[in-house]
Write a protein that binds this ligand. Structure first.
Ligand SMILES: [Zn+2]
Length: 325
């Protein structure tokens, strides 16, 4: 007999700027844990205690689904899997979660080259790599047991399907129940902050950098065609006004693109110069986020033919289209 789905939210502390993360228990014919929080003693203790309140431990779960590889969501995946629970993620997640040393080296050289072409000072670029290494320590490498496809049904939860929702992360996976209008959306759409379309190394060596903001906008466009009554986000409270929020996110992106386009009406600028002008207080502390934000909007402006990119001695300079230097 099919049981109606029950969603039990689980909020766990993280040591990151984003604050607490939401995981959840999905109970239907199967009992599924979605996301597991960072690998910290505090998060593990709270997660185990909340499972216990529901008469469960890691080994009693029928399956574990991880929305994306970021350590605030995937940190305890390995431990859940070690308890014998089937672990599901998109196939795109594999290089990011497997801890493959070649891929880690590739990631670091990717950022080093990218930052240098963006005009980021060496010292700041190196600091960012150190932060990335530290960030990685909040998760244990693992390999997912199953890699569902977008559109496939979620086992044990009738009506729910998997949806590939890239942009914030290349491997982002969401769960959607069309009839009930339920969307378990990880970091795709957050109520209180805009999801950053983080720059990520492509999974395949030497392939071109993915245009993550453009991917993210495609995902948002797809979401507009869905029945979104209730969104369970990875951070913040569940919310109802998803379509309205998506329109606001588009508007904010368009406004920011306009500001950047105007900044490029004078002399050509590098990504880093734009970061300093747009985020004078934030760029040093959160360089990765700021660079992603600026580069993403430059991708958008370029795709719309509003700016052009020129290379000079390994540095990229951007100018408004039609402005003669
Ligand atoms: Zn994330």
């Amino acid at each position: 007999m099919t049981k109606a789905a029950t969603i039990i939210p689980i909020t766990l502390p993280t040591p990151f700027d984003v604050g607490p993360v939401n995981c959840c228990l999905l109970k239907g014919d199967a009992v599924t844990l979605i996301d597991s929080g960072p690998r910290t003693d505090e998060a593990r203790e709270i997660l185990l205690a909340l499972l216990k309140e529901n008469g469960l431990s890691f080994k009693d779960l029928d399956q574990y689904i991880c929305t994306h590889y970021h350590p605030d969501h995937a940190g305890l995946s390995y431990e859940v899997q070690q308890a014998g629970t089937q672990t599901l993620m998109l196939k795109e997640a594999v290089p990011y979660v497997s801890g493959d040393s070649d891929f880690i080296k590739w990631t670091e050289s990717f950022y080093t080259n990218l930052y240098s072409s963006f005009g980021v000072p060496d010292s700041l670029g190196k600091l960012e790599l150190l932060k990335l290494r530290k960030y990685r320590t909040f998760t244990t490498p693992f390999t997912p047991d199953l890699k569902p496809l977008s559109g496939e049904s979620v086992p044990g939860h009738e009506g729910f399907i998997f949806l590939k929702t890239p942009g914030h992360a290349p491997d982002h996976l969401s769960l959607y129940h069309e009839e009930h209008g339920v969307f378990i959306g990880g970091d795709v759409l957050l109520p209180h902050i805009s999801s950053n379309a983080l720059l990520e190394p492509p999974a395949i060596h030497k392939a071109e950098r993915p245009k993550t903001l453009l991917q993210y906008r495609e995902t948002l466009q797809t979401l507009l065609s869905l029945n979104l009554k209730t969104v369970y986000p990875g951070h913040g409270k569940p919310f109802a006004n998803a379509h309205e929020l998506i329109h606001k996110r588009f508007q904010d992106q368009n406004d920011r693109a306009k500001v950047i386009e105007n900044l490029l009406s004078g002399e050509p600028l590098t990504v880093f110069e734009l970061c300093v002008r747009l985020f004078p207080k934030l760029y040093e502390k959160q360089l990765g986020l700021v660079v992603s934000e600026v580069a993403g909007h430059l991708d958008l402006l370029q795709a719309e033919g509003r700016i052009t990119k020129a290379e000079e001695e390994g540095l990229y300079y951007f100018s408004q289209t039609g402005v003669v230097r």
